[in-house]
Structures are given as structure tokens and as C-alpha cells.
Design a protein around this ligand. Structure first.
Ligand code: PXL
Length: 261
């Protein structure tokens, strides 16, 4: 069985972070290991508190897993502090494993998931990443991304990794579409689904990146992995359990079932 590792934060509400990653891995039939970076006290309305895991213990979790399993792909999510970013970089710089890096800043409900002094440091992980998966907000903060600005697109094309920018929206023939844009080998490819009018989107970013991770582990190309993952998220949102009083979680298992039926 293909085995993958996620290095990310815990979301006590179960919709995002490590919990979303493991549910996604399970849905796609890959075995998920996890190394926790932070614990969040959180529900669908927001994060009330964050407890950092000591960086030495983050290191030990990752190393212990790598010592035992043959890991086919690694997903990196919430890193929160410079200390944890530095620790993760020290480990991944010597690995020859595809890395899917979600440069997490802020949750769907608007909670801060990264210290302000750590934004620049996130960029030091790009050269060890196969692909990074910022949302539109994160792409703007990281490289001043603007889809109409040639300069910012040039900047993205010159990064040492592939980039998929999530969460853009466009109107086409009176329909609203959800758009993800892949920048790979200086070419741009656009993936879209219908935009669902809902607030049940908690964890979509994490789940999208972990679905890409699972598919890369299963031997799919980057492009195929993104297409499958985008459709998976569409169905997972469409079948959301509609629980909680804020941004509700999505349905990983049902999403996968709809994708494959
Ligand atoms: O979606 C980003 C994210 C990542 N990691 C954790 C989170 C969230 C969003 O809520 O809670 C732990």
C-alpha cells in the first residue's frame, strides 16, 4: 500500500489540517502518517487558541516515520513559526520524495495560521518542493500575484517549483466557476468546476493539497492529480454534512465515492 506523510497542524473541529489530510488519504486508499506541528482549538467559526509542538518533537515525529516507512509523497501544511519551518527544511532538504507544500497563512474563517515574522521564511522551502498550492490570498502575499500582471506571472514561472493557485472565481456565460491555475514548465493550465454557493468550505484547501499528494503517490502526473483533486473537492463540498454554525466541513468519503461513480 502506498504510504504518505503529512506535516501539519491539528484542527479540533476535524475539518481541516491533519484531520482533513488523513480523511483524504483514507478516501483515496493511501496510508497516511502524520507529524503534528501545532494543536489548534478550533470550530467552524474560528481558531480560539494555538499550541505549538516543540520543534525537536516535530523533528522526531518526522524522522521516526521516515525511519520505518517507504514514504511515496509528503504534504506540508501549517508550520506556524520560524523554528518549525527551519526544522522541516533541515529534514526535507536531503530527501528525494515528492513534496506538496501548502503555504498556509489564514483559515477560511479568517484566523491567522502563521506568525507575521515567518512569511519570508516559508519561501525557503520552495526549492525543496515539487509543487506549492497557495490560495489567491497567499499568492498575493507571497509574490504579489495578479493574474493580469505579466511581471508577477514571470516571477511565478521562475520559481524552483510548480505552482497551483487555488480559489479564483470567474463568471462565464452567466455561470460562476471556481478556478485553479497551474504554472508548470512556464505554461499555464486552468482547471475549473462550477462554483457551489455554500459556506461549507472549511478544509477545502488542506484537502485539495492532500488529494494531490495521494494521487502523486499513486503515480499520477501533476496535471492529472490536480484535475482529480479539483473534482474531488467539488463533490466533497456538494455533499457536505452541513454541521456546525460557521464554515462547515466537507464530506471526504462521499466526495471520493461521487468522483469514482
Ligand atoms: O486551511 C488551512 C488550515 C491548515 N491547518 C490547520 C487549519 C487550517 C484551517 O483552518 O486549522 C490546522
Amino acid at each position: 500500500m502506498k504510504t504518505v506523510l503529512t506535516i501539519a497542524g491539528s484542527d479540533s473541529s476535524g475539518g481541516a489540517g491533519i484531520q482533513a489530510d488523513l480523511k483524504t488519504f483514507e478516501a483515496f486508499g493511501v496510508f497516511g502518517c502524520s507529524a503534528l506541528t501545532v494543536l489548534t482549538a478550533q470550530n467552524t467559526k474560528g481558531v480560539t487558541n494555538i499550541q505549538e509542538v516543540p520543534a525537536s518533537f516535530v523533528r522526531e515525529q518526522i524522522q521516526t516515520v521516515l525511519d520505518d516507512f517507504e514514504i511515496s509523497a509528503i504534504k506540508i501544511g501549517m508550520l506556524f513559526s520560524n523554528e518549525i519551518i527551519n526544522t522541516v527544511r533541515e529534514i526535507i532538504k536531503d530527501l528525494d520524495i515528492p513534496i506538496i507544500f501548502d503555504p498556509v497563512f489564514i483559515s477560511k474563517a479568517g484566523s491567522k495560521l502563521l506568525n507575521d515574522d515567518a512569511v519570508e521564511n516559508l519561501k525557503t522551502l520552495f526549492k525543496y518542493s515539487t509543487i506549492i498550492t497557495p490560495n489567491l490570498y497567499e499568492a498575493k502575499a507571497l509574490f504579489n500575484y495578479d493574474k493580469l500582471d505579466e511581471e508577477s506571472i514571470k516571477k511565478i514561472n521562475n520559481l524552483p517549483c510548480k505552482v497551483v493557485i487555488k480559489n479564483d472565481k470567474v463568471q462565464k456565460d452567466e455561470k460562476l466557476l471556481s478556478i485553479d491555475t497551474l504554472f508548470e514548465d512556464k505554461e499555464k493550465k486552468v482547471f475549473y468546476t462550477k462554483l457551489i454557493d455554500t459556506t461549507n468550505t472549511h478544509g477545502t484547501g488542506c484537502s485539495f493539497s492532500s488529494a494531490i499528494t495521494a494521487n502523486i503517490a499513486l503515480g499520477k502526473s501533476i496535471e492529472e492529480s490536480i484535475k482529480i483533486s479539483k473534482d474531488f473537492i467539488y463533490y466533497a463540498v456538494k455533499n457536505a454534512p452541513n454541521i456546525g454554525h460557521g464554515m462547515g466541513p466537507i464530506a471526504h468519503k462521499k466526495g471520493f465515492e461521487c468522483l469514482t461513480n
